[in-house]
Design a protein around this ligand. Structure first.
Ligand SMILES: Nc1ncnc2c1ncn2[C@@H]1O[C@H](COP(=O)(O)OP(=O)(O)O)[C@@H](O)[C@H]1O
Ligand SMILES: [Mg+2]
Length: 398
């Protein structure tokens, strides 16, 4: 079947699509390549194989094979593999405006996109989080065919807003709780972030957040931006990343990245890989608008208690292509004076009250809660001490 790769109503290119294999076999005609996903545009510019890149991009739109309980989800949806789902909804997403349109189709973007049009979600939510089988046919015209990431998740509509519901890995409550904790810290310090709320579905804790993309924007991952440029150590790549963003008009890139480093230091986030941060681009003008608000901070505050009550923590986070000691994160933060760390003074108490509120569902013991709050307090104190040192050094030098 001949199809167009579309960005809203702009035709990016014409391709031959093999329906039985769910991949593209030929690029028939390039039309508006600038409107292609960034990774494809770069491949074109660098004279690389565009078809290979289109297929890579398309595969990356699948629910990944490492999705928690994917086997059960596919079984309940009555498909054999995640890639069978993509074309059931024209590969539409709620994180960007790309779609794949059969050349014969008269469809326009306004008729089908999920930013403007509602979609059924209750069955999908049910089979994702409740583990139940549903006899009737489930509608596959949904943005839930293209969600990324390891955690179970479902886009739903609440009060006319598109909301992403995310569970914990193997129903463990830590990821939703950490998302909430990250939001609390960001709110206290005035850091640009996606705000996560907590909720309970099927007696399990989940987090909920609003879509940070609208009908005129797209999320571009740091991975797409840095593709082929992940050379050198993490400091070099960090500076390169900032330079690229600044060159594309995001003048406050460094400040925003420093905010992210600060948060990740505090909660010891071990999962800030290159698909967990990025930028927002205007899909009409292709102008880079801003750094994306911080999201996906769930894999954090990992601690283990030994029999003799010693607390074991993982001191290493992730910075670009390297595993890096968390203390090194702070060396990258130049604007230490910007943060009013006194604002963190209530966060430990707030955290404790939230943990207590959801204790029946999370099944955390009093001791678990005490240990977590103890660790959070320790991190805040450590940050304050480190920043004080920075300020003294700074004052001596000026
Ligand atoms: N609030 C949001 N608005 C738009 N897109 C989002 C939002 N949250 C996540 N995404 C997209 O969904 C992907 C998966 O979400 P993420 O929170 O990273 O899940 P996981 O914890 O499973 O990795 C992200 O990489 C991003 O592309
Ligand atoms: Mg993620």
């Amino acid at each position: 079947m001949q199809v167009f790769l579309m960005n809203k109503d702009t035709k990016v290119m014409k391709l031959e699509f093999l329906e039985d294999k769910n991949l593209f076999s030929n690029v028939i005609q390039i039309k508006n390549i600038k409107y292609a996903p960034l990774s494809i545009y770069k491949a074109y510019q660098d004279n690389k194989n565009v078809l290979t890149e289109v297929n890579k991009w398309f595969k990356g739109r699948n629910i990944p094979i490492w999705r928690d309980d994917l086997f059960y989800l596919l079984k309940r949806l009555d498909v054999h593999a995640a890639d069978e789902l993509l074309m059931k909804s024209y590969a539409l997403s709620l994180s960007d405006q790309y779609w794949v349109k059969p050349c014969k189709s008269k469809l326009e973007y306004k008729d089908i996109n999920f930013f403007e049009n509602d979609f059924g979600f209750s069955d999908f939510l049910d089979i994702t989080f409740s583990g139940s089988y549903i006899k009737r046919k489930i509608s596959l015209m949904t943005p839930n065919n293209t969600t990324d990431g390891r955690l179970k998740k479902t886009w739903v509509i609440e009060n006319n807003k598109k909301i992403l519901v995310k569970g914990g890995y193997k129903d463990n409550p830590t990821a939703p709780l950490n998302e909430y904790l990250a939001s609390m810290i960001c709110n206290a310090l005035g850091i640009n972030h996606v705000d996560y709320e907590l909720d309970i579905i099927n007696e399990k804790l989940v987090s909920k957040c609003e879509d940070f993309i609208d009908g005129n924007t797209e999320f571009i991952t740091a991975h797409s931006i840095l593709k082929d440029e992940l050379i050198g150590n993490y400091r070099e790549i960090y500076e390169r990343y900032i330079k690229i963003l600044e060159a594309n008009g995001i003048s406050d890139a460094r400040d925003n990245l420093e905010d992210m480093l600060l948060l990740d230091y505090l909660i010891m986030n071990v999962d800030r890989h290159l698909n967990n941060f990025g930028i927002i681009r205007d899909v009409n003008t292709l102008k880079w608008i801003s750094v994306a608000p911080i999201f996906d901070s769930g894999e954090a505050m990992n601690l283990e208690m030994l029999a003799d009550d010693t607390m074991v923590i993982n001191d290493n986070g992730r910075l670009f292509n390297e595993v890096v000691y968390f203390d090194k994160f702070l060396e990258l933060i130049r604007k230490t004076r910007k943060y009013d760390l006194e604002k963190l003074d209530n966060v430990v108490d707030e955290c404790e009250s939230i943990l207590k509120k959801y204790q029946d569902v999370s099944k955390m013991s009093d001791k678990d809660i005490y240990n977590l709050c103890y660790l959070l307090n320790l991190r805040i104190k450590k940050l304050k001490t480190n920043f004080r040192k920075c300020l003294i050094t700074f004052d001596i030098h000026t």
